[in-house]
Design a protein around this ligand. Sequence first.
Ligand code: BMA
Length: 377
Amino acid sequence: MKVLNLTLVLITLSAGCFGQKLPVPADKKATKETVILFQSLYDLKNKGIMYGHQDDLMYGYTWWYEKDHSDTREITGDYPAVAGFELGHIELSDDRSLDSVSFAQIAEQIKIHYKRGGVVTLSWHLNNPVTMQIKDSKGWPHGTAWDVSSKEVVSSILPGGKNNELFNTWLNRLATFFISLKDDKGIPIPFIFRPFHEHSGSFFWWGTDICTDKEYSALWRYTVNFLRDKKNIHNILYAYNTDRVTSLEQYMKGYPGDDIIDMLSLDMYDRGEQFGGELDNALGFVTKEAISRNKLTALSETGERRGMNNWWTSLLLPVVSKYPVGYVLTWRDAFNTKSTVSGSPFQSYQEDFKKFYDSPHTLFLKEIIGANIYKRK
Ligand code: BMA
């Protein structure tokens, strides 16, 4: 059983009742539930780190969409506090995502996870709106988020660009999905949205060498203005995100502004021995900057890739415990493959993952339920 001083959490979350000014989301019209979620997460990050897992509720290595199934729960007895879902191909009006997951089932699981009291985060590997219109003679997949063959993509979808109308259509489809996310009483479900992620890398068409920082920032502002002001959606917390960075200056390149962003997040996978030091350094300046701006924090993607069987407790946990990191999320366990892209514990590191779960510093779903993150204290 996990031990966590929830009383301490509850006392801290009550601070708002005693006149202490709590930070608020960037969206001035954020719904009540979204404001409460933001403030709960803001406080919780000082109490422990939530565990998140991408597509945890949708599939695992050996199963595909089975009611209440979760690899995390199978090992620990509890669900992750944060459930990640992927929206790539929603822009095409497809029924299924680029990972073949049904959007209707994603919506269903978002509602279930919210109802259980957990946190929802959504990513979006949207296609390349320029090159997806070109047919590839060699039969290679063209026009994916990873297609960086054109540097004109971002400028072409912004106002004045020849693909602006197409991008508006895509944003409309995304908005329709967002608007459908309501609880049983019809109240919009608050969630964290992390589009255009890993800007410091150059492996997506919005990457640092593929567009200018000004274009990147404009893309963000345009997207948020569209969803928030044009579509009147006020249940979103927006997460700014980069891949590995070595300085704050590098991290902030392209930052769209405090009036747009709610969370400063970082993605960093273990690609070798330098990982611990690099992560330590980056989390140090990212969390410091986030706090100075009253923003949330997360290590929004990470994973083990070296076959270390004690990675969770000997490497990840000691580093993330040093900083107020809201959550740490490992990536998906691709069904029917041996891919270890997530550094997932579900193949060989289960014992160490259980120790990670047992740590008083980590928070899984039950502890989040205990902290009641959607209710004003
Ligand atoms: C990537 C990989 C891809 C996947 C994408 C979106 O990191 O896992 O296989 O399609 O995320 O989930």
